[in-house]
Design a protein around this ligand. Structure first.
Ligand SMILES: C[S@@+](CC[C@H](N)C(=O)[O-])C[C@H]1O[C@@H](n2cnc3c(N)ncnc32)[C@H](O)[C@@H]1O
Length: 203
């Protein structure tokens, strides 16, 4: 694995060498491609994606695209999504530099309110578009509280279960911080309701 990490780190350094820091430390941390590659290869190893048969993977909220880039290098077929109008312009630059030109524009958000017949109201949440079926669905380094609140997580899992192949699994590696408790509550519910198998929260 050390050789693979070194090889991909060297390749990535070359690809992003012209990207300039934005001045925002939160975004500029992604310029440290060596760390990003190492972390993503470790995740791939943890979920059995190194030296396995070609898998069909969906990476939700891909950001700069490090994970799909690493997975494609390992021979997997990867579909990836993020908000194409996102606040982090560096993500767009990174994906371009990494040759990831077909990012699907998708963001969990409330769409609008619908009046119900009992005159109460409910929110309609934007569902994941139909992208086919997958062996593995991933969401790495997402921040449970600020990005995905409890309702979004339920949507994420429901959407994921809809488009997973038999024996497929969801993988979330949330950033440590606010919201982990709520996320774990949601996950526990799905596991106890036997709706979810092969789940892992990576902290
Ligand atoms: C910290 S970045 C992680 C990016 C990438 N997965 C990684 O591992 O480096 C979190 C990502 O979540 C996305 N995100 C934030 N809110 C979201 C939402 N409501 N629905 C979908 N994605 C969201 C952001 O656009 C951002 O790219």
């Amino acid at each position: 694995m050390r050789e693979l990490i070194k090889k991909l780190q060297a390749e990535a350094r070359e690809l992003i060498k012209d990207i300039k820091p934005s001045g925002n430390a939160g975004f500029d941390k992604y310029l440290d491609s060596d760390s990003e590659i190492k972390r993503k290869i470790k995740i791939a190893d943890k979920i059995g994606l190194i030296l396995c048969n070609r898998k069909k993977i969906l990476d939700i909220s891909t950001g700069c695209g490090w994970f799909p880039w690493v997975l494609k290098k390992m021979g997997h077929e990867v579909t990836y999504t993020d908000n194409l109008n996102e606040r982090c312009p560096l993500s767009i630059e990174f994906r371009k530099a990494l040759g990831l030109n077909d990012c699907i524009d998708f963001f969990y958000r409330k769409l609008h309110l619908r009046e119900r017949t009992d005159s109460s109201i409910m929110w309609i949440y934007r569902p994941l578009p139909n992208l086919g079926s997958f062996d593995i669905i991933t969401a790495c380094s997402v921040t449970p509280h600020t990005y995905f609140n409890e309702v979004y997580w339920r949507n994420f899992i429901d959407d994921g279960l809809e488009c997973l192949n038999d024996n497929g699994f969801l993988y979330i590696s949330p950033n440590v911080g606010n919201g982990l408790y709520e996320l774990e509550k949601v996950v526990k519910y799905y596991i106890s309701a036997k709706k979810l198998q092969g789940w892992e929260i990576y902290k």
